[in-house]
Ligand binder design. Structure first.
Ligand code: NAD
Length: 239
């Protein structure tokens, strides 16, 4: 992967699941990685395992003040943020008449507002550097309707729209903004869904490692002229 050696990559929700796979791949490609998550024990263990070029920050992506503090700390220590992967997310579901306001607020806050706050927090340092790559994690559920998942779907469509608008707004500053749309991937989030019941042409569920090539591509210079793009990684499911 071109253009990741020595770069600073910031991954939210990086302590486990797909985020941890992004962290390992970016680190393997030579980047310095910031693992930002609520899960302190998991985040600290991952960073200790990586050793050099890795740091952990406790971050609730819905907390505006925490974003400022953590990004300031990374800029002071490592000089900037070259890559931001807005990966932290939660899912919830339920029929609309039994879907309380609190569930709606939470799913929008983490997936959508958290992504907006992350973009806003890193844009000043990326503008100062004259370059940057923001990779926002949406979902196949950000591309179609899905029974019972309305809050999550609304949030993930929102992430897709935010991505496209920021690509327009920030292109002239050398900042690229793209989205990834995973299908079913084997993590804690999907533990209760059996992939064998899903219409996946490739006839298997995905693994976190199935996403890493895409994140490396979008983070690094191989995608230097790609912005506002959406990449679906789902074994063909939503074709
Ligand atoms: P996961 O639950 O295993 O990991 C999510 C991570 O985000 C956890 O480490 C969690 O602590 C962190 N997180 C949650 N709320 C946070 C907050 N407020 N602040 C900071 N960190 C927070 O889930 P995953 O499957 O690895 O999902 C990662 C991303 O990929 C999510 O955005 C999810 O919506 C998206 N996604 C997942 C799938 C899938 O099938 N697993 C499919 C499409 C999209």
């Amino acid at each position: 992967t071109r253009g990741l050696d020595g770069r600073v990559a910031f991954v939210t929700g990086g302590a486990r699941g797909i985020g941890a796979a992004y962290v390992r791949a970016l680190h393997d490609a030579g980047a310095r990685v910031v693992v930002a998550d609520l899960l302190e024990a998991e985040g600290a263990a991952l960073v200790a395992d990586l050793g050099e070029r890795a740091r952990f920050a406790v971050l609730d992506v819905t907390d505006e003040g925490a974003w400022t503090a953590v990004v300031d700390e990374v800029v002071a220590a490592w000089g900037g943020v070259d890559v931001l992967v807005n990966n932290a997310g939660i899912a919830n579901a339920g029929p609309i008449e039994h879907y309380p306001r609190a569930k709606w607020d939470a799913v929008i806050a983490v997936n959508l507002t958290g992504t907006y706050l992350g973009c806003r927090a890193v844009v000043p340092t990326m503008k100062a550097a004259g370059h940057g790559s923001i990779v926002n994690i949406s979902s196949v559920e950000g591309m179609r309707g899905s029974r019972g998942l309305h809050g999550y779907v609304a949030a993930k469509f929102g992430v897709r729209g935010l991505t496209k608008s920021l690509a327009v707004e920030l292109g002239g500053d050398g900042i690229r903004v793209n989205s990834i749309h995973p299908g079913w991937i084997d993590t804690d989030m999907t533990a209760r869904i059996d992939p064998s019941g899903l219409p996946i042409p490739m006839r298997r569920g995905g693994r976190p490692d199935d996403l890493t090539g895409t994140v490396l591509y979008l983070a690094g210079d191989d995608s230097a002229y790609v912005t506002g793009a959406e990449i679906v990684v789902d074994g063909g499911m939503i074709n």
